[in-house]
Design a protein around this ligand. Sequence first.
Ligand code: COA
Length: 379
Amino acid sequence: MATTDTPKAGLEDTVATSSAICYLDGDRGVLAYCGYDIHELARHATFEEVCYLLWHRRLPTRAELGDLQSQFAAGRHLPEGVIRVMRTLPPSDGMDTLRTLTSVLSHFDPDANDKSPQANYRKAVRLTAQIGTLVAVMGRLAKGQGVVAPDPVLGYAANFLYMLTGERPGGLATRAFDVALILHADHELNASTFAARVAAATLTDIHSAVVGAIGALKGPLHGGANAEVMKMLLDIGADAPVERAEDVVRAKLARKEKIPGFGHRVYHTEDPRATHLRQMSKDLCQRAGMPIWYEMSERIEALVKAEKKLNPNVDFYSASTYHALGIATDLFTPIFAVSRMSGWTAHVLEQYANNRLIRPRAEYVGPVYPQRYVPLESR
Ligand SMILES: CC(C)(COP(=O)(O)OP(=O)(O)OC[C@H]1O[C@@H](n2cnc3c(N)ncnc32)[C@H](O)[C@@H]1OP(=O)(O)O)[C@@H](O)C(=O)NCCC(=O)NCCS
């Protein structure tokens, strides 16, 4: 049987499917959702509008947006059984808890056994609503605090911060978080989205597909990098002179360790999402009275650019941004998942709509065929 040429390691530059959702140009640093430039969306849109855009390929009218907001409000309440399971889990990594509980959600979903396009769309909306509540409740329980019920009047970003902190967030924090959600919503065929599409292409259910995606997002080469960045900053220490950041990073590079939050498979310029997050980190760290985290990040960026010619990616400045918003490091990657649920589900729906099983080939590099079977006693 004929196979194609050996692919590049990690499927670099390999076009694996067609999609109408996300446009990426790594040479020009362009990211666009359904044709809308990310900078324009970050300046003008809300996360709810972006969700609608990803699912429908067009921006909503006022009435359509109102409908989606109502659906989110209705979907935000978690089944009591899910919270019960959450309480029984031992303390663990936030992404482990999120993976397990997203799977648990499927057992309570009213459309669990309905695979019609209408039911799948309802599940996409419901999952996107529920995951915000799930992560906020995870954050509360981890601190021994009680659950805060969602407020139907608040939008997605404000509701998340409210359910997490128990306090109504101010305008700056709400907008910053809204923009962070917009920036993380989709990114073409990144590892977790590819995982979701591969699963969906077997015609498994949408919950199973996104549970696989959550597992892939957890890895430190993917979404897990934002928590790794914060751990690095905390290790350097807020009280240390800012120059210590350079010493720590130089030592890591000398040991050939990767610096979390730098480098990207697709972008050869600045990651357009990092441009916004850098500014948000600066503003929020300043406002929170902790400018050190931004200053340290800036030093690290300059050093890694000079030494390795690598740019920061989405995860670098999101770390200090979330920290300045008072969010625990363990929730950083789960928050990435809160936003990316919109993109994952959009891709899963797109896959279902024009499906063929994704089943590539491997170039065989094992022992030559055929090997002779040697009986156990003769080996
Ligand atoms: C994102 C990432 C996985 C892309 O990986 P990739 O396209 O497979 O690139 P590679 O890992 O092959 O790296 C290519 C070269 O750049 C170096 N490099 C890449 N990212 C680096 C980083 N963050 N720190 C130091 N060196 C890095 C590699 O060591 C390698 O150098 P070499 O050719 O001398 O061996 C990679 O840049 C990385 O691991 N970054 C850190 C984790 C991270 O921030 N992930 C979030 C991505 S949004």
